[in-house]
Design a protein. Structure first.
Length: 580
């Protein structure tokens, strides 16, 4: 849910990446400021074909700025003879090396960006800081790529071969930079259902076995009591002893009957477990685990890696749930001294696990702002102390809705507890749209306008995905090994950080400096941007008149790469050349 004003400057990276002469002249300076070679030198012990890793990684980092998409293109176009070292095998070996800690390199790069910006009076900006999390689809064409699977694209509602890229990024008030990421595959819902059924039955068998063991102890105890009563009765045949012996006999029979019933239940549970296990084995053999057949999974490339390597840890992450990995990323960046004001996420990620962990991290210093699905989730309303679903809360307090002219919206504020944690709920309805959207925050002092301004920052990660895929070849790696996918993704993100710094220096100066630095062509680019802003304002007015949710429409437009290509194709070539 975004407002159109945040989409301004969406094509800044296009302007920068399309100006190779200006970039090349400043690239060496930028890389020196980022200490690129010094950071790469920590892996020089992993020499490839006799060449230093730092030199090879530096070359991989600057390839897009020479209009070279990948290593194959570098050698095909003949640029490798112009100062580029080594043959292509050396570059492939580096990308496929599981011992390079790409996560460490990316974090060093990001921390250097923050340091350079914060120590420059002209670049630093005081404002709201946030870490933003989101995922994006990396589409692939080869089923033989290691760890690839069929994943659900929640934008197009289709199942596509590829990976899911989970990114945690940082907004410092002016720029978005990636801090960490993980690449995931999806098992498939049918497979998960079978696994859940099997584990449920297995748990029943285990629980029933404990009941049987306990009942056997009781039977043995009753049997001992009966033997004792028989001894006493034989030595002293009184009426009381006869009655006691009869009671012991009845108790033993009852205990034995209970044990027999428990054993019968156990037998049934074991049969169910065997059947569930058989179905699960058949599914693994014939079914589409990860969306692939057994034959397709066997044909996938598999690489034996050391259990102590970074590549091994990355492969383990691919099968873990995103929430667990997200929390690990968050703790990692906080440990490195990056403590933002807010954590921003959409409804796909919100859950109590994140809310609970965030409340304990740095004593709740990082506040959560998240979109929440309006379903059957239960909250405790502070005003009444009653437990109500989010749907019921919206319906009950709908008459209290307030109007916000600045945001052209209506909203309802509700103070609640969610499983013991104090939160504020803001139901938002934009324009004439009849449906409510729900925002949740742990910042109890935040106003509605401030909340909307903070949540709009989340849009910067969508722009990052769009720009990186379009200009920095994010997700276009053709390597068959998982290490190559990690390497290419990291390099794309490091390139984005360098370009973000370049943009910060050249395009975010004072107004006087801006006019001195920019020529007439850049001024024309400003006109193109103004026209684009006007277009979005017209679209928003149209949506408001027709009762269409403008935020959802805008979100769908920018997430759809094919649709964006059509829009770019509508722009006259003359304007595109000037923009470049």
């Amino acid at each position: 849910m975004q407002h159109y004003k945040i989409t301004k400057k969406i094509s800044d990276l296009e302007i920068i990446a399309g100006d190779p002469e200006k970039l090349t002249s400043s690239l060496a300076d930028a890389m020196n400021k980022f200490n690129v070679k010094r950071n790469f030198k920590i892996f020089n012990f992993l020499k490839s074909k006799g060449l230093a890793v730092s030199s090879l990684l530096s070359i991989l980092l600057i390839l897009p700025f020479h209009s070279v998409a990948n290593v194959y293109s570098l050698f095909k176009c003949g640029l490798h003879g112009l100062g580029f070292q080594g043959k292509k095998d050396a570059y492939y070996d580096i990308k496929n090396n599981e011992h390079i800690d790409w996560r460490k390199l990316l974090l060093l790069h990001a921390k250097r960006f923050i340091y350079l910006v914060n120590n420059n009076i002209n670049l630093s900006k005081k404002g709201t800081t946030a870490v933003i999390v989101d995922d994006s689809l990396l589409e692939k064409t080869g089923k033989q790529i290691e760890k690839t699977s069929v994943v659900n694209d929640h934008v197009s509602h289709r199942f596509i071969l590829g990976f899911k890229l989970l990114v945690l990024g940082f907004w410092d008030g002016a720029s978005f930079i990636p801090l960490d990421f993980s690449i995931h595959r999806e098992r498939g819902t049918k497979n998960l259902d079978l696994i859940k059924i099997f584990h449920k039955i297995a748990k029943c068998v285990k629980t029933q076995q404990k009941v049987i063991d306990k009942q056997r102890v009781i039977v043995n105890s009753k049997h001992s009591s009966l033997l004792k009563s028989e001894e006493i009765l034989s030595s002293k045949p009184s009426q009381a002893n006869i009655k006691k012996h009869a009671m012991c006999t009845v108790a033993l029979k009852k205990a034995e009957e209970t044990l027999k019933q428990d054993c019968e239940k156990q037998s049934i549970n074991k049969q169910d477990r065997e059947e569930a296990s058989k179905k699960l084995r058949q599914f693994y053999k014939k079914g589409r685990l990860f969306g692939l057949t057994s034959k397709e999974r066997q044909e996938q490339y598999k690489k034996a890696v050391s259990t102590k390597s970074s590549g091994f840890m990355r492969r383990k992450e691919a099968d873990k749930d995103k929430i667990t990995i997200l929390l690990q990323m968050l703790h990692r960046v906080v440990k490195h001294g990056i403590i933002p004001d807010y954590l921003l996420m959409d409804s796909w990620f919100f859950c109590f696990k994140i809310l609970d962990d965030l409340s304990k991290l740095k004593n709740g210093a990082i506040k959560l702002v998240a979109m929440v699905k309006i379903n059957k989730q239960i909250f405790t309303v502070c005003e009444t102390g009653k437990q109500m679903s989010v749907k019921a809360i919206a319906k009950k307090y709908e008459r209290r809705a307030q109007k916000c002219n600045k945001m052209k919206s209506h909203y309802i504020k509700a103070k609640c507890f969610y499983k013991g944690i104090r939160v504020n709920l803001f139901y938002v309805r934009m324009g004439k749209c009849k449906t409510w959207k729900l925002l949740l925050t742990t910042d109890l002092d935040i106003t509605f306008i401030k909340l909307m301004e903070v949540y709009q920052i989340r849009w910067s990660i969508e722009i990052f995905f769009k720009e990186s895929k379009q200009y920095l070849n994010l997700g276009k790696c053709q390597g068959v090994y998982f290490d190559a996918q990690i390497a290419d993704t990291t390099i794309s993100m490091m390139q984005h950080i360098i370009l973000s710094y370049f943009k910060r220096i050249n395009y975010q100066q004072s107004m006087g400096g801006l006019f001195k630095a920019l020529n007439q062509e850049i001024a024309e680019i400003g006109l193109i941007k103004a026209m684009a802003d006007l277009f979005w304002e017209l679209v928003e007015v149209f949506c408001s008149c027709k009762g269409v949710d403008f935020m959802e429409l805008q979100d769908d437009v920018y997430r759809n790469d094919k649709f964006m290509e059509k829009i770019i194709g509508m722009i006259p070539e003359k304007l595109i050349n000037k923009a470049a």
